[in-house]
Ligand binder design. Structure first.
Ligand code: G3P
Ligand code: MG
Length: 348
């Protein structure tokens, strides 16, 4: 429990402000901090190395992921030079926690870069198999495998408690992070989804399908935006609907979905209560979403409505002079430092 509390808090049950930071294109680009990011975050602390001394509750709301929140918190802390707690991370796949009770004992196929099985196991899912491990049970399922001089070597056999064998049906598929081998993954997903979870067998009911996010593009190191999980979903859906008698049924999480912004609000409230434990059941007078993507960050904040206030930076997907023509932010700034400076001035 923090003893010295956040000094900016008032004694009423309403917190003055909270901030949700997008990661890719706002704080980080291609694995490196964006200019001004470290300085911007330092301003939110009394002491940047002591999370108990947070002055302004803030979380990191990203559509990315692929590792557990605790791992991402450590990665970001070392990259950005401030102490970040796992509960400050709201990743694309964080809402998968809420489905755990439903699929705890189900056979789950987890897909994506990084450690998708480890992520799902950390949420309490018990029978999870990665795509890499799964395809090994089906000879010739990927006819192009022999032409690949590389291996994704992704999260394979890390889930030692996994009891999967090829005579069990897959009940649910979770796309946890950006798929690495689109060709193989689309082929195998079509097999799984149209066979009732038994590749190679005839048609059956489609297993459940969840995507952690649906962003078409995001900003990485390359100057032009890269294709995101939403692009993969479109490719899969288009192909699946061409070969299946019934259209693909799925659920996507991530920004701009409104429940994700509500979930962020709860995460911010919990954080504020850690910092100032004597204030319970509060809400926020103002919540800021600082993002680079009008279609996810800005649209999401707009859909969530008050008390959300959207700030669009020019360090990522958005590169325009004025405001985005379709999804106008409440404020457009050059970078995250300018955004935080604006916020600090507003709440002096
Ligand atoms: O893969 C990352 C991408 O989907 C977007 O991340 O932090 O801009 O929401 P972010
Ligand atoms: Mg972004």
């Amino acid at each position: 429990v923090c003893k010295n509390g956040g000094r900016l808090f008032h004694s009423s049950a309403r917190y003055p402000l909270g901030i949700a930071f997008d990661i890719d294109g706002v704080l980080v680009r291609g694995g490196q901090p964006i200019e001004g990011a470290c300085k911007a975050l330092q301003q939110l602390f009394v002491d940047p190395q002591d999370p108990c001394q947070i002055r302004i509750p803030h979380i990191f709301l990203t559509n990315g992921g692929g590792v557990p929140e605790s791992v991402k918190a450590l990665e970001l802390s070392s990259l950005l030079g401030v102490k970040i707690l796992p509960q400050q991370l709201f990743l694309g796949h964080t809402p998968f926690k809420t489905l755990k009770d439903r699929f705890e004992s189900a056979n789950v196929l987890a897909i994506g870069k990084g450690e998708p099985c480890t992520v799902m196991s950390s949420y309490g899912y018990r029978n999870v198999v990665s795509m890499e491990e799964y395809v090994e049970h089906f000879k010739d399922i990927d006819p192009l495998a022999k032409y690949k001089k590389w291996s994704t070597n992704n999260d394979i056999r890390k889930n030692t408690k996994n009891v999967y064998s090829s005579n069990k049906a897959i009940d649910a598929v979770f796309v946890v992070s950006d798929p690495v081998d689109w060709g193989r993954d689309i082929q195998v997903l079509c097999d799984v989804l149209r066979s009732g979870g038994y590749p190679g067998r005839s048609a059956g009911n489609q297993p459940y399908l969840y995507f952690a996010a649906d962003d078409l593009e995001y900003q990485a190191a390359f100057p032009v935006e890269r294709l995101g999980m939403g692009a993969f979903r479109i490719a899969l859906e288009s192909i699946y609907n061409g070969i299946s008698k019934t259209p693909l049924v799925y659920t996507s999480f991530g920004k701009p979905s409104v429940p994700v912004f509500r979930g962020s609000e709860i995460a911010l409230l919990k954080l504020a209560e850690i910092v100032k434990p004597d204030v319970k059941h509060g809400n926020f007078a103002r919540l800021y979403m600082i993002g680079d993507n009008p279609y996810t960050d800005i649209l999401g904040a707009k859909q969530a409505g008050a008390p959300w206030f959207s700030i669009l930076t020019r360090t990522g997907c958005f590169k325009g002079e004025d405001n985005h023509d379709q999804y106008k932010a409440d404020l457009v700034v050059d970078d995250v430092l300018e955004a935080v400076q604006y916020i600090m001035k507003e709440h002096k």
